[in-house]
Structures are given as structure tokens and as C-alpha cells.
Design a protein around this ligand. Sequence first.
Ligand code: HEM
Ligand SMILES: *[C@@H]1O[C@H](CO)[C@@H](O)[C@H](O)[C@H]1NC(C)=O
Ligand SMILES: *[C@@H]1O[C@H](CO)[C@@H](O)[C@H](O)[C@H]1NC(C)=O
Length: 364
Amino acid sequence: MQFTALVSLVAASVAIASPAAHLKKRATCPGGQTVDEAQCCIWFDVLDDLQTKLFNDEKCESGVHHALRLSFHDAIGFSPALTASGQFGGGGSDGSIIEHADVELTFTHNGNLGGIVASERSIALAHNVSFADMIQFAAAAGVASCPGAPRLEFLAGRPFTSQASPPNLVPGPEHTVTRILDRMADAGFSANETVDLLASHSIADQHGLNPGIAGSPFDSTPHRFDTQFFIETLLKGVLYPGSTIGFAEVLSPLPGEFRMQSDFAIARDPRTSCRWQELADNPQLMRTAFRTAMAKLAALGNDRSTLVDCSSVIPNPDDDDTEPTLPGGKVADDIEGSCAATPFPVLPIAPGPTPTIPAVRVAI
Ligand code: HEM
Ligand SMILES: *[C@@H]1O[C@H](CO)[C@@H](O)[C@H](O)[C@H]1NC(C)=O
Ligand SMILES: *[C@@H]1O[C@H](CO)[C@@H](O)[C@H](O)[C@H]1NC(C)=O
């Protein structure tokens, strides 16, 4: 108690001494953490709930993967082109995928989001935070548990109510690169920024495309935010990991690993392949570019200046000091180098035979 009082006193005197700081309402939360704005304190309680109820007190497991995917599927319901044509274009990161789950979860590309929507809805209601904030907070807090990830920005204060997103705004794995890039450009993302966002598939796995191999990941390290996804998607496809071929599934380089058509195509398309290759060998750029693109995604449809920066609630991710590597049993010739301007970098090869990639455990 005495310590808490002292911290408040120090914070108060800093506020008086510094002309800029007086605008901020620095506060000490009930748990003892210091934040810039008192209204950020609630997010420490939400974080505790998330860790136990959604992330099962584990790191970078399936609850985190679902939460990150949900942040995209809420946000991308946003089309300035539709708005310009006189229709409702969607509210972006507005929580509509939870508030109007009855509508949006019927969209084909929102498959397998029912569980995470129900969990986040109940946690948001318990703490009286908006669904829109809840979705972006869960993604940022979840990503923070993945070694190698950036510490994402988290802004609070999105509205509590929304309208259902129009259909057909979520990109699908069967779509052409042109269709995906056009859709993303409509929402405000360049081709390179779309690649930057796909760093998310470094901590991801599938459930609905081939249910027979639910949990099959998109790279060999779905619990680490590393560049293996950008490397492994460029390897020659040689096998199907399941006993049947799934929806929009294409040949994979490694047993157990799942490759979707759109990732295969974006990795090789002249509009995106150089960015893809650049990220394959540059974990630092992958982190900063993902952080920047996620900040934009999380704010879609909102006016940033009306939101409050509560980023200090997001935990610091662990480092990942593993090197970008070709999986065991692969050689440089297995890479389908697709950036015309620059040859694919020479990477070390992991020792041992070709690994079989285990499925991500389906926890929730
Ligand atoms: C732009 C084109 C994209 C396409 C076509 C696409 C497609 C998909 C598909 C089909 C799945 C498998 C879902 C399932 O069967 O469970 C998936 C999973 C996932 N996606 Fe994407 N995605 C895209 C972009 C993004 C973006 C921008 C993010 C986040 C910023 C994201 C995050 C994830 C995550 C984290 C998973 C794993 C979900 C889980 O394990 O439950 N994706 N994506
Ligand atoms: C929930 O939060 C909103 C917006 O901050 C506020 O208007 C409302 O009074 C709160 N409801 C309860 C029950 O605290
Ligand atoms: C996209 O990224 C590539 C590779 O980093 C770069 O060469 C190119 O200039 C970028 N394009 C734009 C429009 O920034």
C-alpha cells in the first residue's frame, strides 16, 4: 500500500514537472502496474482471464492462433469501394464478427471461428469492454506469447456497437492472387503489406480445409514467430500430408505440414515474391513489418486519435534466437526462387532427415 502511494506521488510530480505529461492521466492499477491512462487498468484483468480461459496458460498454442485469425476476420470486413458505391461497406475492426455472429459466421471463409467468438464474447461481457477492443487485445496478448514475435500495439476505445459486415469481404485460400491483392488494396493494404500480414501464418494451422488432419500447421514451427513459413512455402511441393486432399490444398514439402493454394501462389507471384523472399531471411524485418501492418489492421474503420494507447499492458514476448534454416533433408535446389531481381539467400540446412511436422493440439 505504502509503495503504491509512493508510486502515485512520483507519477504526480512527474506530471507537474513535464508540460507534455500533464495531458496524460498516469495511474497505478490495483495490481500495482503503472499505466499512462487509468482506463488501461481493466486490461490487466482481461489479460488474466484470457490466459486461463482462452490460452490455457500455454504459449502460442491453438487459442492464440484462433485469436489472431479472428482479429483479421473482424477487421477485413471493411470496403471503402462498397461505401463509395453507396452501400454499407463494413466497420472494420468493430467487433461485428462477435456482435453479429449469427450473420458473419455463416460466411464460408469464417469457418471454424465459432469457438473463439463464444469465448471472447463472454470475457468481453464479464469485463464490460467492447467486442472490437476484445478481439484486437486478445490477438496482441496472444501473439506476445510466441517467442520471436513483436510486441504489438494495443489501442482501446473502439465503439460497443456495430453493424454486420457485408458478405464476400474475407479472402479465401482458393482465391487468385489478383483477387486477394485487390481485396486487400480496397481495405488499404499494399501487396507488400499483405505479405507482411501473412507472417501470421508462421504461427498458424488449419482445421476446416482438411478436417482429417486438423491442426496441421503451415510451417514446421507453429509455436514460434520465425521466418520458417516464408522459407518452407517456397520449397517444392512433393506430398499431401493427409489421406485425402483438402479444400484449396496444394502439395506440401514436409509430412504433416499443410500448404494452402493462396500462400503457394502469393509466395511465387511477381507482385509479392521479392517481399516474401526478403522476409524469409530477415526475422527483424518480419517482426517490425508485422507490427506496423497489424497496427493498421487493428485500427481499420476507427479514428486512431480517439483511441487510448494501452500497449503497456501487452506482455513482452520472449526472444527467438534460432536461425532461418532449410529443413533437414532439403537442399538449396528444392527452393523455387521466385524473386527475379535477387537470388534466394544461401541458408544453413538443419541436420538429420526430413522431419515430420506434428499437428498443433486442438485445445479449444
Ligand atoms: C490474405 C489472405 C489470407 C487467406 C486466404 C487466409 C486463409 C486462411 C485459412 C484458409 C486458414 C485455415 C483456417 C482453418 O481451417 O482453421 C487460415 C488460418 C489462419 N490465418 Fe489466415 N489467411 C489470410 C490472411 C491472414 C491474416 C492477414 C492473418 C492475421 C493477421 C491470418 C491469420 C491466420 C491464423 C493465425 C490462422 C490459424 C488459425 C487457427 O489455427 O485456428 N491470416 N488462414
Ligand atoms: C460499460 O461500459 C460502457 C462504456 O464505457 C458504459 O457506458 C457502461 O455504463 C458500462 N456498463 C456497466 C454495467 O458498467
Ligand atoms: C516491396 O518489397 C520489395 C522487397 O523488399 C521492395 O523491393 C519493393 O520496393 C517494395 N515495394 C514497394 C512498393 O514498396
